[in-house]
Design a binder for this molecule. Structure first.
Ligand SMILES: [Zn+2]
Length: 233
């Protein structure tokens, strides 16, 4: 039973890191690619330019966010590994001091002194390093650079691919220039609303808050690059 709970907790935490990379990649993909497309559509570039710019930006952005996540999460992982190594050495060299440290942490959390001593002793006998990792260093999950990299990269490509496909299709099908602009704008806002809604659902957060954050930021980006496109046209 205890084994089971531990497993549940681990998969929940894994999901949290995974979700963070997914949301980061998808939001970034939708907003940056849609903003670029708005500028190009308002500037009335040729269909070939729209194609090449869109594909290049999606690929460049996906690779960039993937590499960025890999570097950032790797650095976090290195820092955590170094801190764990220090804990391990301290536990070997001065176990009594480390035990006292745990006792103080549990007293801070609200346990009575006797209970804190008992908890610290039992946890130290079972797996002292694990107790220090979670309660002293407060590391709840192992950082996974590669997972963060590919999840954010794929999410960026899918997120950016959606407004891109809408822009390309409507731009090819309709003579009138306002149709691709309006369609891409609507597809972008709908994607952001969907992302905001599903993020809130998955992370059990308030839906309106999540929606507002994404929509305000996304619409602001679209307006700014649309103005740029008008100026450049
Ligand atoms: Zn410690």
């Amino acid at each position: 039973m205890a084994q089971n709970n531990r497993h549940l907790e681990t998969s929940y935490l894994d999901k949290r890191a995974w979700l963070r990379a997914l949301v980061l990649g998808a939001d970034d993909g939708v907003i940056s690619i849609a903003a670029l497309l708005m500028s190009l559509l308002f500037a009335q570039v040729s269909p070939a330019t729209l194609w090449i710019s869109g594909i290049s930006a999606i690929l460049a952005g996906g690779l960039s966010i993937g590499i960025g996540e890999y570097v950032s999460v790797s650095a976090q992982k290195d820092t955590e590994q170094a801190a764990i190594e220090i804990e391990r050495v301290r536990l070997e060299q001065d176990p009594q001091n480390e035990l006292n440290e745990l006792v103080l942490i549990y007293i801070d959390k609200g346990l009575s002194r006797d209970l804190a001593v008992q908890v610290a002793k039992e946890l130290s006998q079972k797996d002292g390093l694990a107790a220090h990792i979670s309660d002293d260093l407060k590391i709840v999950e192992e950082a996974q650079p590669f997972q963060a990299a590919y999840v954010s990269c794929v999410a960026f490509i899918v997120g950016g691919g959606l407004p891109f496909l809408v822009a390309i299709f409507t731009n090819t099908l309709f003579e009138h220039k306002t149709i691709p602009i309006i369609s891409t704008g609507i597809a972008t806002i709908a994607s952001l609303a969907f992302l905001g809604y599903s993020t809130a659902k998955m992370s059990h957060a308030p839906i309106t808050k999540s929606l507002r954050r994404l929509l305000v930021g996304g619409i602001a980006a679209l307006i700014i690059t649309s103005l740029l496109g008008m100026v450049l046209a």
